[in-house]
Design a protein around this ligand. Sequence first.
Ligand SMILES: Cc1cc2nc3c(=O)[nH]c(=O)nc-3n(C[C@H](O)[C@H](O)[C@H](O)COP(=O)(O)OP(=O)(O)OC[C@H]3O[C@@H](n4cnc5c(N)ncnc54)[C@H](O)[C@@H]3O)c2cc1C
Length: 408
Amino acid sequence: MVRVMAIVGAGHVGGRAAQALREFGWTGDIAMFGMESHLPYERPPLSKQLLTGEREASHCQLRTRDDWANDRIKHVVSKVARIVREARTVQLDDGQSIEYEALLLATGGHVRRLNIPGADLDGVLTLRTLDDAARIASRLASNARVLIVGGGFIGLEVAASARKRGCNVCVIEGASRLLGRAVPEAVAEQVQRLHERNGVSIRLNVTPEAIERLSDRTLAISLKDKSVIHADIVLVGIGIDPADELARDAGLAVNRGVIVNAELETSASGIFAAGDVAIFPSRISGQPIRQETWHNAETQARVAARNMLGAKTRYDDTPWFWSDQYDHQLQVAGEPALGVKCIKRTLSDAGSIDFYFDANERLVGTSGFGLASGFAKEMKLARMLVERAKSPLAEMLSDPSVKLKSLL
Ligand SMILES: Cc1cc2nc3c(=O)[nH]c(=O)nc-3n(C[C@H](O)[C@H](O)[C@H](O)COP(=O)(O)OP(=O)(O)OC[C@H]3O[C@@H](n4cnc5c(N)ncnc54)[C@H](O)[C@@H]3O)c2cc1C
């Protein structure tokens, strides 16, 4: 049997890792196994331009069909059912076994669904894949009533896209604030005001109890506070569960995600994990973290590929993500949650950037929110300060006359 570099999951990480294996000199076979029929694609446009109609599905692909073919990278549409460690094989759904040289788990996550009566009714939707996005986009008619369950990034991005399409949008969130712990409370409040200015109704501290079909068009969503909301579609955006079941069944170390070391290797030699599914040591705190971001997918894929080829490269990138909503952008770099002190830098009319320091006056994270066109340049410098582990004096960061560039 010919051994191959095997990648389970042909999503963002899977695609980029396959590409990198070739780039880094692997001349043997490479196979990406994926459950979706699409070639590897990027997910950020799914909640944004794909819903507003500003982008087409084909423009989300990481590369063209010819690029994969020219690199002799096989895309196998099949679920991987099992890893047999002793034999160094993966078993596909149809029973076929493939012996691997090294294996990468790039399985991402499964969207969570509501566990209430009516959760499986037609019109109750989730968003993770291109097919999901197409389904949602086809229902965002002007004046459609859209109820979004969950005030996290996906829910809020869909809210902004649905408003652009002329829908009536309501977001309900079980917590007392939007965006969970992903961003500081003050930023979450700014995001809430932005949505309210754009006509979205936001209700905090409410959770759904049951969904019922009232007519061909109307779903009735009963909330725990006894109120009822009528909607044409319900978009459930309550997060993902890491798709770690293959690893768990194979006896790898798992804890709501596949645990890897700094080289992205799992507890089994020759098996790596990267992307949404991987729990890796943070370069800032040293603690295990998991990231669900484009940047993490992009950068971990390359390190995993190098290490599948025998390098011992440490993954030491700084977390970073963005979210686009209306004409605004939110960016977070580092780990603001580790901060005990926050310093604000106001950027004329373009927005503001917050810097977070830990108890040792170490800059551990930054977040920024503002007009996408206005604050990107400043935000890039703020991110670089965190990446380069600089810890400038707080007074300098808050003083807009001190150029961030001079602090690098
Ligand atoms: C709607 C949406 C919008 C986003 N927007 C942003 C953004 O604005 N900014 C940002 O930083 N990040 C954003 N992200 C996050 C980013 O896209 C993800 O972090 C990234 O896609 C993770 O890549 P991955 O390869 O780990 O997982 P995925 O891209 O999910 O790929 C995993 C693949 O593995 C397959 N798979 C799972 N199990 C098996 C199996 N047993 N056998 C075969 N195949 C399997 C799955 O079907 C899937 O295709 C967004 C995500 C979504 C869903």
